[in-house]
Design a protein around this ligand. Structure first.
Ligand SMILES: *Cc1c(COP(=O)(O)O)cnc(C)c1O
Length: 366
């Protein structure tokens, strides 16, 4: 039987390399609470992402929750329904009301032409997602934010290492969050970060991730616990040494998919964006035509030990916990895309002959 090919496979450093990095933890016995590994990783990461300031957190979701909390917002937040659960949950868990904007058909990011009509007196922020690592229209979003005095917090969970005109993606908006979950392009097992330019935010994020403790005998904020520990930071230090090579290998896989599927009738690929250095995080394909075609192809691949994912289906507004409050027919492009999208396996060590095999199965069914 052939080995299972999953949608992704976590990148890991050599065992010895990691052992070497964590060795001194057995001398210091300092395992968490912003130790030496944490400091070292934060510095390396800041350089790699080419941003001013970085706060490390336990995971990407808490990075987003804390980033939103840091602005002390009230009211409505405009966001996309075509994303991972985390984006909306982070808004709702902050006591804010998500207002869903439809997506565009080019890159499936928030449709900036439809944002303005959703802005009300209660709107306080926009939380767009650089979905699949594709860059949102940051200029249009920025000018709307200025015009209506809104905060912009980017969910850049998919966009590690992406640049726009040589500017690190974490520089846009008031803050951006990254996820270093095991399934992402870059991982610290679990982990996340917020990037930003405002010195004040650094303090607030620090308090929010550490119980609101502001001094040995003072607790000024109702913070939680969202600290990244030393083992996570050590994994980050090691994985960061190999990230460029990982992304280069991903690029080869992406290229092979495009060679195989680029001119196939009945399915759509995302076009490369101009001025963008991609991280090749995902390879989503969207079928036109009948709704159940995607599901047939999903099953056929599964029968061949290949496990793609329906990223992002169901639409957030169709989740059991949200369906009674929202109407997914108000975001028809998102609805249609969620029903037809399939995200194919993509990771650095995926063999090109397996890419050919996956594409062969898809083409045989179209
Ligand atoms: C993965 C992900 C998150 C959450 O990150 P975790 O590190 O898994 O907590 C948030 N938003 C999006 C779009 C994601 O894909």
């Amino acid at each position: 039987m052939k080995d299972l090919i999953n949608v992704t496979r976590s990148s890991m450093p050599e065992f010895e390399e990691f052992m070497e990095e964590i060795k001194d933890l057995w001398e210091t016995h300092w395992l968490t609470n912003m130790g030496e590994k944490h400091k070292k990783f934060a510095k390396c990461l800041r350089d790699y992402l080419n941003v001013n300031m970085v706060t490390l957190l336990a995971n990407g979701h808490l990075a987003l929750e804390c980033a939103i909390a840091a602005f002390d917002l009230q009211g409505e937040v405009i966001t996309t329904p075509f994303t991972f659960a985390s984006t909306t949950h982070a808004i709702v868990r902050n006591g804010l009301k998500p207002v869903f904007c439809d997506i565009n058909e080019d890159d499936y990011n928030i449709d900036v032409k439809k944002i303005e009509a959703l802005i009300t007196e209660k709107t306080c922020a926009i939380v767009p997602v650089h979905l699949y690592g594709n860059v949102c229209d940051v200029e249009a979003i920025d000018s709307l934010a200025k015009k209506y005095n809104l905060k912009v917090i980017y969910d850049a969970a998919h966009a590690f290492g992406v640049t726009l005109n040589n500017i690190g993606i974490g520089n846009f908006g008031d803050a951006s969050i990254f996820s270093f979950h095991a399934t992402k392009v870059f991982n610290t097992i679990e982990g996340g970060a917020v990037t930003y330019n405002n010195e004040e935010l650094k303090k607030i994020l620090y308090f929010l991730k550490n119980f609101g403790i502001t001094g040995p005998e003072s607790v000024e904020f109702v913070g939680g616990n969202a600290k990244m520990n030393e083992f996570q930071a050590a994994m980050g230090i090691c994985n960061l040494l190999h990230i460029d090579e990982e992304i280069r290998k991903r690029q080869q896989v992406d290229k092979r998919y495009k060679e195989n599927l680029g001119n196939v009738k009945g399915l759509k690929l995302i076009k490369p964006q101009s001025g963008v250095k991609s991280n090749y995080a995902y390879f989503p394909i969207v079928f036109d035509g009948k709704e159940n075609l995607r599901d047939c192809i999903f099953e056929a691949l599964e029968n061949n030990q290949i496990i793609p994912r329906k990223y992002f289906y169901p639409l957030i507004t169709d989740y059991e916990c949200y369906a009674s409050q929202f109407d997914s027919s108000l975001t028809p492009v998102a609805k249609k895309t969620a029903e037809r999208v399939l995200t194919l396996p993509l990771y650095a060590d995926l063999e090109l002959k397996d890419v050919d095999r996956i594409c062969g199965i898809i083409k045989s069914l179209l």
